[in-house]
Design a protein around this ligand. Sequence first.
Ligand code: GLU
Length: 289
Amino acid sequence: MTIRTRFAPSPTGPLHLGHAYSAMLAYDLAQAQGGTFLLRIEDIDTSRSRPEWEAQIYDDLAWLGLSWTQPVMHQSDRLPDYRDVLNTLWQRGLIYPCVCTRRDIAASASAPQEGTPLIGPDGIVYPGTCRQKTAAQGSLPDNVALRLNMRAAHAALGDAPLTFTEIGAGPNGETGLITIDWRHAVEGIGDIVLARTAMGTSYHLSVVVDDAAQGITLVPRGADLFDATAIHVILQRLLSLPTPAYHHHRLIRDDAGKRLAKRDDARAIAKYRDDGATPQDIRRICGLP
Ligand code: GLU
């Protein structure tokens, strides 16, 4: 099997060192085995995505010495594909509409009888208020958030072990064959949103559908996404899609040890370029050869 890796930035701000690390690692891993490195622009959040950031991404990646196979996939072109997948999940009774606001969820999760709200990969674990609407009636509803019914997903997949191969390491050093714990999925992840009202999809749904559409065999990305991988593997199984291997890498931190965010423009690749750094300097800072 030839290796296919990808870098999947959202064009919502400048690429910083953490992005450069992910991109160079994905490129190097593909190159080392004569494989293919692909790019995907994750622009489903149209309120924050900007063409000028996309242009800057191409410019920065080319400056870093990377090249990628054309065409570049854009998630904004793929809304009908996401809708098809949601429709399948809907017909199988695995998703349900949710009308709760963030405030409703926070209030209901912190009601005195609930104890301390549980925090999952997407924030507060949804307390299940709208779950009884699961039974699919009629066609897939529009303009409403859709949540995965994690209990129904468990029932559909049964108790066969769900695993993925970790080539890098999770935040606590998790590596090798990782088994997903259903109890954690149901209680600690819960009914995550698969389609947001304004987008018609979500990061989790799109990333799974698109990694499969691009034939990705290895996903290099930051260790902050390690916990979300359980969601991705569950979706892959529900949709009969292959599970790639994952290479979660350490996060590049600032001098104070804080992880970098898009707003940390001081760490933007463009800023390093302006300051006279070379691509080799960026590789060295990221610990890459
Ligand atoms: N667009 C996501 C990000 O920039 C990609 C995450 C992933 O690689 O799965 O964080």
